[in-house]
Unconditional design. Structure first.
Length: 367
């Protein structure tokens, strides 16, 4: 009975199909993407209008329990793609959870997803849009890290007459701060914390925090770079309607770690940045397994090292999700990007979207 709560609190991942033995789990996400109106892509030998069949993710792993207090989860990524067409499988997740004190305290150790924010802690096979928001990609990085995490909830306890299940849930992690499959490169650790309040079944309010230090990214500097993050999110569910919104603010002193999402590599950008952004999305599940979706997001970064230059991008996503059955779905997304920037191309602007609009079709099968 403790297996499912432990894994959900630790990772938001797929859970064992039974209480005994090992469960093989995974999913694949083949897709077709068409990009319109590329800017600056000549440096990558990619045409301005570009299309390709590819994999966004292809994952295979195992999960299970060791009676009576231990669960384990191991997942590998086989669908990591790049502009050069190279596929490099790697270890994505590998952690052990001790749940004797669950559901109030579960202890997880290994490599897992950082417990920051709403969209990052939504499992990849359960995302409502094909791509995560840019503010999440840029400010929740690194997505995965190695460390220890304490998580849990209030379970059936009631407060002030409220009797909703898990009125309060929390996650607190001590991490290397260097990203997936990387040892720490200094004596400091990143602190990441998240708390979610759900006084009634239809609402969830979340708050997240992250701070840490990294070795100086600028040559000759003897002062550690610093990273600070604050986030707030809300989720409202009325019948078949679902609304989600999230805001993240971040400050990076010395350098900034961006990217590193599902199938990507972390990138270090030199500078001192003040960045923020948000997204809001609304969707409705129809009786025909069709779910139309509308999403708006914006991300703004301010670089103090480059004469106070500023860059901003806003994206509108129109989507449609269709469930063929409980294990298979098809997603259609059209994304329109509105970009304004003073940053030099291929400099600190390298992590911004290059295309004015994108059309993506993705199929997904869970197993």
């Amino acid at each position: 009975m403790l297996i499912s709560p432990a894994l959900v609190n630790a990772q938001g991942c797929m859970e064992p199909s039974s209480d005994d033995g090992v469960s093989v789990i995974g999913f694949i996400q083949p897709e077709f993407q068409y990009d319109f109106g590329g800017i600056g892509k000549e440096d990558f030998d990619v045409p301005l209008d570009y299309n390709s069949f590819k994999f966004r993710r292809a994952r295979l792993g195992v999960t299970g329990n060791v009676p009576y207090d231990i669960t384990y989860y191991v997942m590998a990524e086989f669908g990591n793609y790049s502009m050069t067409g190279e596929y490099m499988p790697y270890l994505l997740d590998a952690f052990i959870t001790y749940n004797r004190l669950g559901p109030w305290v579960n202890i997880t150790m290994g490599q897992f997803k950082s417990p920051f924010g709403l969209e990052l802690n939504t499992a990849c096979h359960k995302l409502h849009t094909i791509k995560r928001s840019m503010v999440v990609n840029e400010l929740a990085s690194p997505f995965r890290d190695i460390g220890i995490m304490f998580s849990g909830g209030t379970d059936s306890l009631s407060f002030f007459g409220l009797n909703n299940h898990n009125i309060i849930t929390y996650k607190f992690a001590i991490l290397n701060g260097t990203g997936k499959n990387m040892w720490d490169n200094n004596s400091s650790k990143d602190i990441v914390a998240r708390i979610v309040l759900s006084p009634w079944k239809f609402i969830r309010l979340g708050g997240s925090y992250r701070s840490g230090k990294q070795p100086p990214g600028t040559a000759g500097s003897d002062k550690d770079d610093e990273r600070s993050r604050y986030g707030g999110d809300i989720e409202l569910e009325f019948g078949n309607f679902l609304f989600q919104g999230e805001y993240i603010w971040g400050e990076d002193i010395g350098s900034k770690l961006v990217g590193g999402g599902c199938g990507g590599e972390d990138e270090v950008v030199i500078g001192t940045f003040i960045s923020s952004g948000y997204f809001g999305q609304v969707m409705y599940m129809t009786p025909w397994r069709l779910q139309p979706l509308l999403k708006y997001e914006t991300y703004d970064t301010y670089n103090k090292y480059e004469d106070d230059t500023d860059a901003m991008i806003s994206t509108i996503t129109v989507g449609l999700n269709y469930w063929i059955n409980d294990w298979t779905r098809v997603q259609l997304n059209y994304l329109y990007h509105d970009k304004t920037t003073d940053l030099a191309p291929n400099d600190n602007d390298s992590y911004f979207q290059y295309y004015q609009s994108q059309f993506i079709v993705q199929a997904q099968v869970n197993f």
